[in-house]
Design a protein around this ligand. Structure first.
Ligand SMILES: C[S@@+](CC[C@H](N)C(=O)[O-])C[C@H]1O[C@@H](n2cnc3c(N)ncnc32)[C@H](O)[C@@H]1O
Length: 252
């Protein structure tokens, strides 16, 4: 990030205050890098939601970025970000190719490594909001990346250490109260809650609706005292990553 970029942002503060009816600005800008939020004075457990669009892929140290974000998030806080992901770890030459990097492809995050990094930080279940494959139309770049496939993903990652790496069934139900959108609420691609309609949820989803900013908008029944097995497993016993295969996030 550069001072010039911040100058552009500051120059538009008044326009936004007028447009959205604020007498006083509700934003502040701090100059720094996402690998080191502490140097910008962002304290531990002080942030409700961290939003980012297409920045993590440009960082040479993605583990450090995620570590910093999870340090500053409050318990129950959320990292909501869109970025470029890849179906594999790209070879070093591609990761250093300035043209491929500049297209936000060279630094694309390998989804399985992101899953591992998040799990190490205690986020064992993240949710996908949107997922689109990126078509490489530039022939020279397509030739360089070969068969690697790239995706634009929007992920929701809660700071909830109680999340498990699989969706477990505790017989819980969640009902959306209709207090955000009057019709429905989308927690993620696979979880759209119709207002007023109870829906069976796994322990992770129940936690996401009970211990986060969404809690006032849901009624969740039951607790985790009685376990009924893997959520939606219909009695199938799976036990190893090889058997399960790799998935995006934990929930069915
Ligand atoms: C592709 S642009 C996305 C900008 C903006 N988020 C948007 O959606 O329009 C990437 C931005 O990330 C910034 N950036 C790259 N590496 C960074 C880092 N390590 N720390 C902070 N910002 C960084 C760049 O300055 C650039 O503004």
């Amino acid at each position: 990030m550069t001072e010039e970029q911040l100058a552009v942002a500051r120059a538009h503060v008044d326009w936004h205050m007028e447009r959205y009816g604020y007498d006083k600005a509700n934003v502040t800008f701090r100059h720094g890098v996402i690998e080191d939020l502490a140097s910008m004075g962002i304290a531990d457990a002080s942030v409700d939601v961290c939003v980012s669009n297409c920045v993590l892929n440009l960082s040479p140290d993605k583990a450090q970025v995620l570590k910093e974000i999870f340090r500053v998030l409050k318990p129950g806080g959320e990292l909501y970000f869109s970025d470029v992901f890849c179906d594999r770890r790209l070879p070093g030459a591609l990761r250093e190719d300035q043209e491929v990097l500049g297209e936000c492809l060279g630094g694309a995050l390998y989804i399985e490594d992101v899953r591992r990094l998040l799990a190490e930080l205690g986020c064992k279940d993240y949710r996908i909001m949107e997922q689109t494959e990126i078509q490489i139309t530039d022939e020279a770049i397509a030739a360089k990346v070969g068969l690697a496939r790239f995706f634009s993903l929007t992920l929701r990652c809660f700071k909830l250490p109680e999340l498990e790496d699989r969706c477990e069934d505790f017989g819980q139900f969640a009902t959306y109260l209709g207090t955000l959108d009057p019709v429905s609420f989308e927690l993620d691609q696979g979880h759209q809650f119709e207002a007023g309609r109870a829906r069976a949820v796994c322990g992770n989803t129940a936690a996401m609706l009970t211990h986060t900013r969404f809690a006032p908008h849901f009624s969740v029944t039951g607790d985790t005292s009685v376990h009924y097995g893997l959520f939606g497993s219909s009695g199938v016993l799976v036990s190893s990553p090889h058997t399960i295969g790799s998935t995006f996030g934990a929930c069915c």
